[in-house]
Design a binder for this molecule. Sequence first.
Ligand code: KET
Length: 410
Amino acid sequence: MASDHGDSVFANVVRAPEDPILGVTVAYNKDPSPKKLNLGVGAYRTEEGKPLVLNVVRRAEQMLVNDTSRVKEYLPIVGLAEFNKLSAKLIFGVDSPAIQENRVTTVQCLSGTGSLRVGAEFLARHYHEHTIYIPQPTWGNHPKVFTIAGLSVKTYRYYSPETRGLDFQGLLDDLNAAPSGAIVLLHACAHNPTGVDPTPEQWEQIRQLMRSKGLLPFFDSAYQGFASGSLDEDAQSVRMFVSDGGECLVAQSYAKNMGMYGERVGALSIVCKSADVAVRVESQLKLVIRPMYSNPPIHGASIVAAILKDSHMYHEWTVELKAMADRIISMRQKLFDALQARGTPGDWSHIIKQIGMFTFTGLNAQQVAFMTKEYHIYMTSDGRISMAGLSSQTVPLLADAIHAAVSTVV
Ligand code: KET
């Protein structure tokens, strides 16, 4: 007998809210206005407002497609071996003693998010302390990933709304008060959403404190090369922690720095004290991955490996990456100048002081809602804007909107 809709076995399922970041794109897509602007998700756009596939990525992909000897067999559970080796070198440095001593295990995962998730599940199963401290604020998906993996999430102070800079003392105090052995999530560079990074001297103090208390660093490196334009410079925080011989985890993403967003390419590395431990850790990572998604996809990782292993292609990538980073930095200056020119109330110097893909504007949720309603500008309700989504043509519109928002909405 045909049943009516009321009889669904899922009748009690309640409708979930959209994701705070990806939901902004959903709302943007529904808006029919021709002048609409999406500054929500952290995805690079060209001066013409178009998504960018790097030339070097196109070239590598073409090479792979033309190679008819390539097959589509399953990868091993840990992914493409060559990709894993090259990814470790990219983040830890070509001469890293930890790599030479075989103390690092690297497994290919589903971009940055998948790497965080696999690392977190490994920790939940095999590490004695289940509390992870994440910065306040942080990327909105962090608490969800870690909670669902079985860790218990606490926060440490990071950002001071008054100075729109780092709350360094708050950070030190909170890490100092954390139980010994606790896991600490650190953004390797270009902190999301604040755009505020510790200085090298502050990183060194954080390192000393964490090592003295036996806190375990878990780095999220989603923006290597995007902050300064230099891959090495943006890896300094991680390398500082690895060079002291201690242990740590690193989740790497190629979504932003290679524009591989939808290919879901990333890696999880665990730096261990000895090669023997690294082998055992890797064997357990396989037990986390196998029932989760069996093994990772081959296409994107092959593209990344092709670029990383060829010195010409690698160089071409660094040039294209620097161009993306520079365009973002120039948008910061343009937006700052446009607000100055309008005499917009308030101090906007944080726009040029912050670093990476985002500006944490300080606009409140009401002001953001006003800008969306009146100006068709889409951004996350915490006042974060993706500078990578701006162009010379759209800066005046954004400046008008910010000016109106701070002048009329309290
Ligand atoms: N870590 C951070 C800090 C981060 O900002 C993102 C993505 C990721 C990890 C995950 O990226 P993946 O695509 O899994 O490699 N952030 C942007 C996109 C998103 O929310 O998914 C964003 O904040 O807009």
